[in-house]
Write a new protein. Structure first.
Lengths: 404, 138
C-alpha cells in the first residue's frame, strides 16, 4: 500500500488509464479542428467528437444532439442559468435554487440578482434535502427555472430530482441540475428525472480536467439558451470556441466506462464506504453523520467528530488526502456553509471530514484509514478539555466562554 | 499548511497532558477560548505555597496543531518558574520558539491568556484563603 492515500474523490478523480489511452491519438495524429469541413483532419476530429457526444448521451438517457461541450461544470452551470434567465426574460424573472448548491450555481444566481432577477434560495432540512412542499409554494407565474443539484459535493445526499421534475413540469418551469457528483456514479436519466438542463464534468468520473458538458433538452420542451461567449457559433450556437477534441474524446470514454461498470463499481464502493463508517462508528462515541444516508451517493461519507478540532484532526491523518469543513482549511475562515445549512453548530462543522472513495481505492486502504482515524480521534480527545467536560456531564452549550 | 518541526514535535508528543484537581487550593486553573472559534485551552498550575514556585503544570487543548503546541510549550516553560516569572511569559516568546506563521499568532495569544488565567485563579484562591497575606504579598 502506498502513502499518502487519496480519498478526496469529490474534489477530483485520477484519470482512468483507459481514458488516457483513448485520448492519446488526438494530440499528435488526429489533431484537426472538428469545425474544419473541407479535409480529412477535420472530418476525423468531428467523427471523434460525435462519438463522444453519443457516449455521454447514452450515460444520461439523452440524444447526442442534446449534448453541448464546455470547459467543465462551472461553465455549464453559468451557461444553463444565465442562458435561461436571458433567453426567457420576457416570460419571467424568477429562479428557484437552494442553499447548499455549489458556488458555481449560488454565485451565478447572485450575479443575476444584481441584474434584477429574483432568486429564491430554499432551505434544506437536517437530512440535507429540500422540502418539496416548499418548492411547490415558491413557484410563481414569474418562475422560469428551478436549479437543484443532483447530489451534494460535501455531504453526498441525493436530492429528489424526479419529484422536482414532476412539480416543474406541471407548472411549465424548466429544471436545471448540477449533476457533477452524480453522473457516472449513480443512474441518471434526463427522461425519467424530468430534467431540461444538466451539467456534468469529466474529471469527477475518471475523465480529464477542463472538459464538461451541458445537456440541453431538444424536445418537450425545446430549450433555448442565450450564449455567454461570442464567436464562431459552435455547439448549436450555444457555446463558441474550438472544441477540445482530446478532452472530449476522454470525456466520452469515461462516460462509456462508467455506463458499463457503474452497477458493479457502486456496489463495491458502497461496501467499502460502509466498512469505513462501521469501523469508525463502532469504535468512537459522539461521531455524527452529516446528511441522510438514505438518499446518498454510494462512495461518500461525511462525519463530524465532536470535541476535536478539524485542522488538528487533518494534521493527525496527514497521510490521507480528505477534505474538511473546518474554517482553518478554507480560504474564507468560515466553516462549511453546507454543514451550517443542515443546522450543525459551528463546532461540529469545524470538526467534519469528507471521505470520498473512488475507483482506485482498495480495501486495504479503507482499513488503514479507518484505524488511523479512530486512533487520532482518540488521541485528540485525550487532549480535549471539551471531551473531558462532556464526560463529566457538563453542558457545553451552557458554559460561559471567553470569545477571542 | 506547513508546520515547523517544533510544532510537529509538540503535536506528536505533547508534554504534560492531563488535569490537576481544580478544587485543590494550590492549583490554579485557566480555561480560555470558545468552541465556536475552534480553540479552547485549559491550563493548570500547581504551586508550592511556601516558595511560590510552580511544581507542576498540565494542559488540555481543543484546537489546531499550533494551539496544541503553544499550550504544550507553555506547560514546559511554567514548571520551575515562580508565579511572577510565569506572568512574564509573552505570546511573542511562543511565536518565536515555535516559528508560528502570522495566521497562527492567535494561538500564542490564547496560551498567554491561559497562563494569566491559571495564575489569576491560583491567586484568587490564595486570596480567599488568606486575604491578609495576599494583600501583604502585593
Amino acid at each position: 500500500m502506498k502513502l499518502p492515500i487519496y480519498m478526496d474523490n469529490h474534489a477530483t478523480t485520477r484519470m482512468d488509464p483507459r481514458v488516457l489511452d483513448s485520448m492519446k491519438p488526438y494530440f499528435l495524429e488526429i489533431f484537426g479542428n472538428a469545425a474544419s469541413r473541407n479535409h480529412s483532419f477535420g472530418w476525423e476530429a468531428e467523427e471523434a467528437v460525435e462519438k463522444s457526444r453519443k457516449q455521454i448521451a447514452d450515460l444520461i438517457g439523452a440524444t447526442a444532439k442534446e449534448i453541448i461541450f464546455t470547459s467543465g461544470a462551472t461553465e455549464s452551470n453559468n451557461l444553463a442559468i444565465k442562458g435561461t434567465a436571458q433567453m426567457y426574460a420576457e416570460r419571467g424573472n424568477h429562479i428557484i435554487t437552494q442553499v447548499t448548491e455549489h458556488k458555481a450555481v449560488l454565485d451565478t444566481c447572485k450575479h443575476l440578482e444584481k441584474e434584477g432577477v429574483r432568486v429564491t434560495y430554499l432551505p434544506v432540512g437536517k437530512n440535507g434535502l429540500i422540502d418539496l412542499d416548499q418548492l411547490q409554494d415558491a413557484i410563481t407565474d414569474k418562475t422560469i427555472l428551478i436549479s437543484i443539484m443532483y447530489a451534494n459535493n460535501e455531504i453526498g445526499v441525493v436530492q429528489p430530482i424526479s419529484e422536482i421534475g414532476k412539480i416543474a413540469k406541471k407548472k411549465g418551469v424548466l429544471v436545471h441540475t448540477d449533476a457533477v457528483q452524480a453522473v457516472g456514479k449513480i443512474p441518471v436519466n434526463v427522461i425519467s428525472d424530468g430534467v431540461d438542463l444538466l451539467s456534468l464534468s469529466g474529471h469527477k468520473f475518471y475523465g480529464p480536467k477542463g472538459v464538461g458538458a451541458l445537456y440541453v433538452r431538444r424536445r418537450n420542451p425545446r430549450v433555448q439558451l442565450t450564449s455567454q461567449m461570442d464567436g464562431g457559433g459552435h455547439e448549436r450556437g450555444m457555446r463558441s470556441g474550438t472544441l477540445n477534441v482530446p478532452g472530449i474524446v476522454g470525456l466520452g470514454a469515461a462516460a462509456e466506462i462508467a455506463r458499463k461498470e457503474m452497477a458493479e463499481e457502486s456496489k463495491r464502493l458502497e461496501y467499502l464506504r460502509d466498512k469505513l463508517k462501521d469501523k469508525i462508528l463502532n469504535n468512537l462515541d459522539e461521531v455524527y453523520i452529516n446528511g441522510t444516508m438514505e438518499h446518498h451517493l454510494p462512495h461518500s461519507l461525511n462525519l463530524s467528530f465532536a470535541y476535536v478540532e478539524g485542522e488538528s484532526l487533518l494534521m493527525g491523518i496527514n497521510d490521507i488526502a480528505v477534505s474538511s469543513g473546518s474554517a482553518c482549511t478554507s480560504a474564507t475562515l468560515e466553516p462549511s456553509y453546507v454543514l451550517k445549512a443542515l443546522g450543525a453548530g459551528d463546532d461540529l462543522a469545524h470538526s467534519s471530514i469528507r471521505f470520498g472513495l473512488g475507483r482506485f481505492n482498495t480495501e486495504k486502504e479503507v482499513d488503514y484509514v479507518g484505524d488511523k482515524v479512530v486512533d487520532v480521534v482518540q488521541k485528540l480527545r485525550e487532549l480535549s478539555p471539551l471531551y473531558e467536560l462532556a464526560k463529566e456531564g457538563v453542558d457545553l452549550s451552557k458554559m460561559q466562554w471567553t470569545a477571542h | 499548511m506547513a508546520y515547523s518541526d517544533k510544532v510537529l514535535d509538540h503535536y506528536n508528543h505533547p508534554r504534560n497532558v492531563g488535569s490537576l484537581d481544580k478544587n485543590d487550593a494550590s492549583v490554579g486553573t485557566g480555561m480560555v477560548g470558545a468552541p465556536e472559534c475552534g480553540d479552547v485551552m485549559k491550563l493548570q498550575v500547581k504551586v508550592n505555597p511556601g516558595t511560590g514556585i510552580i511544581e507542576d503544570a498540565k494542559f488540555k487543548t481543543f484546537g489546531c496543531g499550533s494551539a496544541i503546541a503553544s499550550s504544550s510549550l507553555a506547560t514546559e516553560w511554567l514548571k520551575g518558574k515562580t508565579v511572577d516569572q510565569a506572568l512574564e511569559i509573552k505570546n511573542t516568546d511562543i511565536v518565536n520558539e515555535l516559528s508560528l506563521p502570522p495566521v497562527k499568532i492567535h494561538c500564542s495569544v490564547l496560551a498567554e491568556d491561559a497562563i494569566k488565567a491559571a495564575i489569576g485563579d491560583y491567586k484568587r484562591k490564595r486570596g480567599a484563603e488568606k486575604p491578609a497575606e495576599a494583600v501583604a504579598a502585593q
